[in-house]
Design a protein around this ligand. Sequence first.
Ligand code: AMP
Ligand code: GLY
Length: 427
Amino acid sequence: MKVLLVGSGGREHALAWKIKQSRHCTHLFCAPGNAGISKLATCVPIKADDIEELVKFAHDMRVELTVVGPEAPLAAGIVDRFQQEALPVFGPTRAAAQLEASKSFAKTIMRKKNVPTAQAKRVHDAESAIAALAEFKPPYVIKADGLAAGKGVTIAPTRQEAEQAIREAMVDRVFGEAGSLVLLEEFLDGEELSIFGLSDGRKVLPMVPAQDHKRIFDRDQGPNTGGMGAYSPVPQAPAGIIEETVRRVMCPVVEGMAEQGTPYKGVLYAGLVMTTEGIKVIEFNCRFGDPETQVVLPRLQEDLLLLMLECIGTGLRSDRLAFTDDAAVCVVASSGGYPGPYKNGYPITGLDEAEKGGALVFHAGTKASDGTVLTAGGRVLNVIGRGKDLAGAAGQAYAALDKLSFEGMHYRRDIASRALNREGGST
Ligand code: AMP
Ligand code: GLY
């Protein structure tokens, strides 16, 4: 089977690695891919959001399944367009992708289906938003409704900072149109957890949980990023959390989407907070998480390609997915300056050496040029260590990082430490 993967980051490298292991995959294309993905797939220079070119390519090459990595093409309706052309595609339709693309849409369905989530209020202009702050307690949570590349949320410790965030979103429109509708939300206190579920529109099969590290510096200091590392399993998650998430979150949402005539097929990513009152949903994403995918897929003992085909075709057959008991830790190496301005084009050394101890190196922002690999993004490499426990996996990842270098390279030294400190090093 010929497969086309859409996207170019670390998540897509992990997806390419996993899809390539399927005996049903005869050829893998990736649009546009990166230097690492080009070792596994034929990379084609089509941007992930150039839907018409992707349709044309899929027809020309007789692609039998297209897998969409990032949210932007999903929210723009790539799946609807491929379906019109009778081209098989894995991912939710534009209507179903609203679960991620509109926070207010997600809130409405959660309310309807009684899914535990933060109390929220929708506001349409800055004046009523500022007045509505009186209904909330600090820290204030202010969210732009639409897609804002993960930057649309402000946690404001004081009323004054909250008012400023409202003005930036709604008057200055720093997130563009995403700021025409804003949600004020109750602050949820607790550790975050990501759980992905594969959905065929009716049934959901959950994957193992992972925890992301959003801040740029150790001990969760500095600004938010796209994710600086992840690990799985998450030993501090209470027993039964996967079943609870399926029963209280994923099944009701998938049922609700089917009831309103927009069945959800694809990966449903539940971003949860483990509060003292149990799990609560912070957000949904309509795709695999980055960098959580980089630690979840190495543990998956299933043919992902077949599962994706079942989701969009005959329906999911089994009742559970098999995972190894091993641990995986992903450390992201980023460009100096990220998430602020940074430079591209620095050569990366040690790539072959880094994988010799068993670690996996997935590329995020890289580009091949005359036999060398150059930095080409804020997040550059994802180094994944695997082991019997998190301590072993982290040790393998950090040993591999010692071999890698590029000008300005930065990475956190404390990935998985929350779990390791609590567990005394074992899982
Ligand atoms: P989102 O774009 O909704 O995923 O939010 C980005 C990040 O903001 C989340 O991963 C949380 O760290 C934080 N956040 C969002 N909503 C809340 C909330 N209600 N309470 C606490 N933290 C939140
Ligand atoms: N890891 C967060 C995300 O993928 O949105």
